[in-house]
Write a protein of this length. Structure first.
Length: 504
């Protein structure tokens, strides 16, 4: 979208009647992708997961600035031994229908996930961790682990479902989150405040409407014209400057735990050479890209973890823009001609991501690397990435709340194969020491020792540079000027709606 079109939107918005403003008792949120379910057992897509967390609550929650877990539905979490944990549910915890949250609900929620015939996509991850969950009292659930698990307190940030009336049907679950789902259609989701909510303050606004609007220009028009109250990460970064200072729109931003990275196929004959990978990293001028394409709303990355994370290690190699060093490494690797090499860069067909890919390709040309950018519909693109049919590609991680993600992203056991086609180590990186350390890190229960282990993992991975950690894109929220109190969490959940209200 060009600036001229953006300006025309503001003209249209300025001429819009004041009656277009949203209801006083409802926060209207606009997102780009339709939600399909709030059911925790099936809410895999990003926006389904966000809806799930508005309607349901877990025993713990990782919405903190450092993404360290805190208690939610749990009153206490106690380790009995290395393979056993007891979780006591809060005495005042209730579902949105007023019935109490019991240990039985906890055991049934996890039991269904662990069942051999479970059709939940969460089954594999939980089956690797837990052997069973039993009821030890009305409010005490005992978790039995298969191996010692340092990530346990974070792992139980999984939504608890009410089983007061037996196993709930798909898409008909009752939760204990700040809102209850009233209606979900192909156009919107309607939610009402949960009067029994006990985790933090009760919602300040009675209702929430989440509208699904695919067109980016339409979303922008809605916020500047007053027919929407909140847009979170729903406006292209290069258009945010156009909104700055406009009437009736406030802009806020906060750090995120999502990493944007350039992946390199470590099995490729060219890219298996670490000198080539380092040269590519040094040839990219990341601050220039952030300024030009992200309006400054991104932060340089050194690895999976952002600087705000409790396990972040700053003492790793940094790949600052250095063309001389990049050229020297390519010469050393034997690529002296011009062009030195030809690489194919695959990306999704999203116009903004394609534009960023072209900028990176142009920067690599400065050191003699000829890059062809190819854009694909996301399903095709992602299928190729998982199969290793690529040389360069760019993506974003899931929300990185645990340093244990270094296991799923860099342990060689997570290289996609026939048994594990969805493995996260899609760059096919193999380092025995990283395998050993990441396996040890998920078993080590001492926090200080864990931090030391993952500090070493970060150092090794940064030196091997199997992927290029580009930046952590800020969570950017545009709100109606009437909206007050919306808070931004690093994991980009919509929990900020709970604390927001309108002042008119």
């Amino acid at each position: 979208m060009r600036s001229g079109l953006v300006l025309s939107l503001f003209v249209i918005a300025a001429c819009s009647p004041r009656s277009r403003r949203t209801p006083d008792d409802t926060l209207v949120v606009v997102i780009e992708t339709a939600m399909s379910t709030d059911d925790p057992r099936y809410s895999i897509p990003v926006y389904d997961a966000k809806l799930n967390k508005l309607v349901h609550a877990g025993l713990t929650v990782v919405d903190t600035d450092t993404v360290e877990p805190t208690l939610a539905l749990a009153e206490s979490v106690q380790r009995v031994d290395d393979l056993t944990w007891d979780v006591t549910v809060r005495a005042d915890a209730k579902f949105s229908d007023g019935l109490p949250v019991r240990a039985e609900d906890v055991a049934q929620t996890y039991g269904e996930l662990l069942a051999p015939k479970s059709d939940s996509l969460f089954h594999k991850g939980f089956d690797e961790r837990f052997s069973s969950v039993e009821v030890r009292g009305p409010r005490v659930a005992r978790f039995h682990l298969k191996t010692p698990l340092a990530t346990f307190v974070s792992d139980i940030d999984y939504s608890i479902i009410s089983y007061h009336h037996g196993r709930p049907e798909k898409d008909h679950t009752v939760g204990a989150g700040p809102y209850a789902l009233r209606e979900l259609t192909s156009e919107h989701a309607l939610l009402d405040a949960n009067q029994y909510y006990v985790i933090g303050q009760k919602p300040k606004t009675p209702h929430v409407e989440i509208k699904f609007v695919r067109d980016g220009a339409a979303r922008l028009l809605m916020i500047v014209g007053g027919s929407a109250d909140v847009l979170q990460n729903a406006v292209r970064y290069d258009l945010i400057a156009e909104v700055q200072g406009r009437p009736r729109v406030k802009i806020a931003a906060g750090p995120s735990v999502f990493l944007t990275y350039l992946m390199m196929n470590n099995e490729d004959p060219i890219l298996r050479d670490v000198r080539v990978r380092k040269a590519i990293a040094l040839a990219i001028d990341r601050p220039a890209v952030i300024a030009a394409r992200f309006s400054g709303y991104a932060r340089l990355a050194t690895g999976l973890l952002p600087t705000t994370h409790w396990a972040y290690n700053p003492d790793v190699v940094h790949y600052d823009h250095d063309l001389a060093r990049a050229n020297a490494l390519l010469d050393e690797a034997g690529y002296r001609g011009r062009p030195r090499m030809k690489l194919v860069y695959k990306t999704s067909s999203d116009a903004f991501r394609v534009s960023v890919a072209h900028v990176l390709a142009a920067q690599l040309a400065d050191v003699g690397i000829d890059v062809e950018v190819r854009a694909f519909e996301f399903a095709t693109f992602f299928s190729d990435v998982k199969k290793g049919v690529y040389q360069l590609a760019s993506m974003q991680t899931a929300e990185i709340t645990e340093p244990d993600f270094y296991f799923t992203y860099f342990n060689s056991s997570w290289i996609p194969n026939a048994k594990n086609p969805d493995g996260y180590n899609r760059w096919r990186y193999i380092n025995p020491e990283v395998d050993r350390l990441t396996a040890a890190g998920r078993r080590e229960l001492d926090v200080a020792k864990r931090k030391q282990i993952y500090g070493e993992v970060q150092r090794i991975v940064a030196d091997d540079v199997p992927i290029i950690a580009l930046w952590h894109e800020d969570n950017v929220v545009l709100t109606n000027t009437d909206v007050t109190g919306y808070t931004i969490t690093p994991n980009a959940r919509l929990i900020g709606l709970r604390d927001a209200w309108k002042q008119r």
